[in-house]
Design a protein around this ligand. Structure first.
Ligand SMILES: NC(=O)c1ccc[n+]([C@@H]2O[C@H](COP(=O)([O-])OP(=O)(O)OC[C@H]3O[C@@H](n4cnc5c(N)ncnc54)[C@H](OP(=O)(O)O)[C@@H]3O)[C@@H](O)[C@H]2O)c1
Length: 289
């Protein structure tokens, strides 16, 4: 059995990890109330108590817009936190798998980002996440950073749920059409994190995101098409495409943050599903629920 300790178990990815523990893994899951990763002592105690082979850090401050006005909190959780987790992992000779984001890139390209591409985050959240990546890389622990993008889930607060809820109430939507990325299922990411947990040879920075690309507007239109065809939503609502400037958020976001997952796909011998297929699969589970 591989012993795994997961921080941030109450979040989208943490929750999906908890729901999909493979048979060969003995997992221990800690939510923020059980262990705050900004406390080096609490993290060390947790690691010493469970003595894991692998530590997964799924904890993060993910409020991209709020981070602009609360940078110290964002850096505490997204940079100091992973530093604490990596140091504790190193102290018991455990590997660390740390989750990061497409928002470490500036979006000034039209080619999918590979792990070798130079990060240049545009906002506080992205800067804090990049600092976390560096802290993990520079620690004494063997490490794997998996960058994901545009995570959605059938539960909790996220783009898919928010859009579906408005559609179910017949409310129109304004959705940004000039940011392009790769919608990624949190459940699919969790599956690949578990595979990586038992592949110690996979190290460094890797990318994992739904195959293909879409704007947020195209993503919302696809959600509507699939939700109508599966009977989840009765009739179409207006989905107005708007620019980032018209939508107006405190944090700047990259115009293009499609991730190239081919290196990790090759290493594992499996590739992410095309985003639309993964979305259809997720929506079929909402229908059944
Ligand atoms: N969401 C996306 O679209 C997206 C895209 C790319 C990459 N990512 C990355 O994917 C990873 C997982 O994100 P997610 O979508 O699962 O985020 P999430 O749903 O916001 O979950 C993050 C979890 O971390 C917890 N947390 C916050 N501060 C903490 C602390 N100091 N100590 C311990 N736990 C703490 C949160 O607890 P509370 O709920 O109690 O605050 C929450 O349960 C993150 O590294 C994120 O940067 C996310």
């Amino acid at each position: 059995m591989t012993r795994v300790l997961v921080f941030g178990a109450g979040g989208r990815v943490g929750n999906r990890l908890a729901l999909s523990v493979p048979g060969e893994i003995a997992g221990k899951f800690l939510t923020r109330s059980e262990c705050d990763i900004t406390s080096a002592g609490a993290v060390q105690d947790a690691v010493e108590a469970w003595r894991p082979d692998v530590v997964i850090n799924a904890a993060a401050y993910t409020a991209v817009d709020d981070a602009e006005s609360d940078p110290s909190r964002a850096f505490a959780v997204n940079a100091e936190g992973p530093r604490n987790v990596a140091a504790a992992a190193a102290s018991v000779k455990a590997r660390i798998i740390h989750i990061s984001t497409d928002y470490v890139f500036d979006g000034e390209t039209r080619l999918p980002y590979t792990p070798e591409d130079q990060p240049n985050p545009l906002n506080v959240y992205g800067k804090s996440k990049r600092e976390g990546e560096i802290a993990v890389r520079d620690s004494n622990a063997r490490s794997l950073v998996i960058r994901a993008s545009w995570l959605y889930d059938t539960e909790g607060r996220n783009f898919l749920r928010a859009v579906l809820e408005r559609m179910m109430k017949g409310q129109p939507l304004r959705v940004v059409a000039d940011q392009v990325g790769s919608p990624t299922s949190a459940a699919g990411l969790a599956r690949i994190v578990w595979v990586c947990a038992t592949h110690p040879e996979i190290e460094g920075i890797h990318h994992w995101a739904g195959l293909g690309r879409a704007s947020w507007h195209e993503f919302a239109v696809a959600i509507q098409e699939l939700a109508i065809s599966s009977g989840l939503v009765k009739s179409a609502v207006m989905i107005e495409p708007v620019t980032s400037a018209e939508y107006g958020t405190p944090a700047r976001r990259p115009r293009f943050s499609v991730l190239d997952s081919s290196a990790l796909s090759k290493a594992l011998g499996r590739s992410p599903d095309p985003w639309r297929e993964a979305l259809a699969d997720s929506l079929s589970q909402v229908t059944r629920a």
